[in-house]
Design a protein around this ligand. Structure first.
Ligand code: ATP
Ligand code: MG
Length: 175
């Protein structure tokens, strides 16, 4: 159902704020033009404000594959690996189905950096997507292969963040 569209790949990486919220912004734009969106979230257990908001939008489906604890990058638990793998399976099905104009793989770069998912498998599923499906990969620490794969590469660079002056994460703004 891609109606002749050509789906490209976006990479949102770097340590500055705004990657996940930018991806949700793109999802809104697609819905405004009549498309359907699938958002798969890796590592995240608890829903953040934007996830609660898009529950009101039937054209956006969000599926989360993370536990509520933080993943230890040096020693990921078996459960974290299994969750990430299920997320990638769901993502692959969604990307190849032709049902979605946009598929967002939120924090997948971090899942790869923490060795929860093999980089090559992620690349393969993105490449096997329906030709009309646009894909966004978000998260810090993207591997260089993702830079090569993507058509749009945007690095969010932290210049200033209030966390450094002791302001903790704020509801509605950070989560
Ligand atoms: P957002 O979710 O606000 O769009 P993000 O996706 O770019 O930001 P992540 O790298 O996924 O941010 O980080 C997750 C959490 O850390 C978010 O709550 C985010 O607001 C917050 N955050 C982002 N950048 C920084 C930073 N430089 N210092 C501290 N916290 C940050
Ligand atoms: Mg994020």
């Amino acid at each position: 159902m891609s109606e002749g569209r050509r789906g490209l790949v976006h990479l949102y990486t770097g340590n500055g704020k705004g990657k996940t919220t930018a991806a949700f912004g793109l999802a809104l734009r697609v819905v405004g033009r009549g498309g359907r969106v699938l958002i798969i979230q890796f590592l995240k257990g608890l829903p953040t404000g934007e996830v609660l908001a898009v529950k009101r939008i039937p054209e956006i489906e969000v599926k989360r594959f993370g536990s509520e604890r933080f993943v230890d990058p040096k020693n990921p638990k078996e459960e974290d690996v299994l969750l990430a793998r299920s997320g990638l399976e769901e993502a692959s099905r969604g990307m190849s189905s032709g049902k979605y104009w946009l598929v967002v793989l939120d924090e997948i770069n971090v899942a790869v950096a923490f060795n929860l998912l093999p980089e090559e498998e992620v690349m393969e599923s993105v490449k096997s997507r329906d030709p009309g499906t646009e894909v966004v990969l978000t998260g810090r620490y993207a591997p260089s292969s993702f830079y090569d794969l993507a058509d749009y590469v945007t690095e969010f660079r932290e210049v200033k963040h209030p966390f450094q002056s002791g302001i903790p994460a704020r509801e509605g703004i950070e989560f």
